[in-house]
Design a protein around this ligand. Structure first.
Ligand SMILES: [Zn+2]
Length: 149
């Protein structure tokens, strides 16, 4: 199954109600906990059989993470401009890499297409395709940042 999202923030708003009711239906307590404090560390799902509610909750959470990155868009755009100005100077690029390590780490897991495991055996996934245009600065930053490692 593939879901295509055309606007991340609109999708998050439109699906918040569904997310809230899903987390009440699933036995996976971690989603309610996350919804309370948005703690950044999330453990993998341990449901014996994942129901649709747990799967949807993960989908919402994964899109939300990208939404959080998008809120730092100004920072990203500035960092990319800075990068362009420093191109060719190894020492300055090293400094750039170090200065932006928080953004870099946060963006490491960004994928244009999010895959969510719905079953372990046989292994089945569903896919969420993010809007390329909307996340282009994120993708660019990821590419540039991780090319310096
Ligand atoms: Zn679960």
């Amino acid at each position: 199954m593939i879901t295509e999202i055309s606007s991340i923030q609109d999708w998050l708003k439109a699906n918040y109600y569904k997310f809230s009711s899903s987390i009440k239906e699933t036995e996976c307590y971690k989603w309610s906990r996350w919804n309370k404090d948005q703690s950044t560390h999330m453990f993998p799902c341990v449901c014996q059989t994942r129901n649709d509610d747990c799967i949807f909750a993960e989908m919402y959470y994964r899109v939300w993470q990208v939404g959080q990155l998008l809120e730092q868009k100004d920072k990203l755009v500035n960092a990319l401009l800075e990068y362009e100005n420093r191109k060719g100077d190894k020492g300055l690029l090293k400094q750039w890499f170090y200065n932006h390590r928080n953004l870099g780490e946060g963006i490491l897991s960004l994928e244009e297409s999010i895959k969510i495991a719905t079953r372990k055996e046989p292994y089945v996934t569903m896919e969420v395709v993010l809007p390329k245009e909307e996340i282009k600065h994120l993708s660019k930053f990821k590419e540039v940042y991780w090319s310096l490692v």
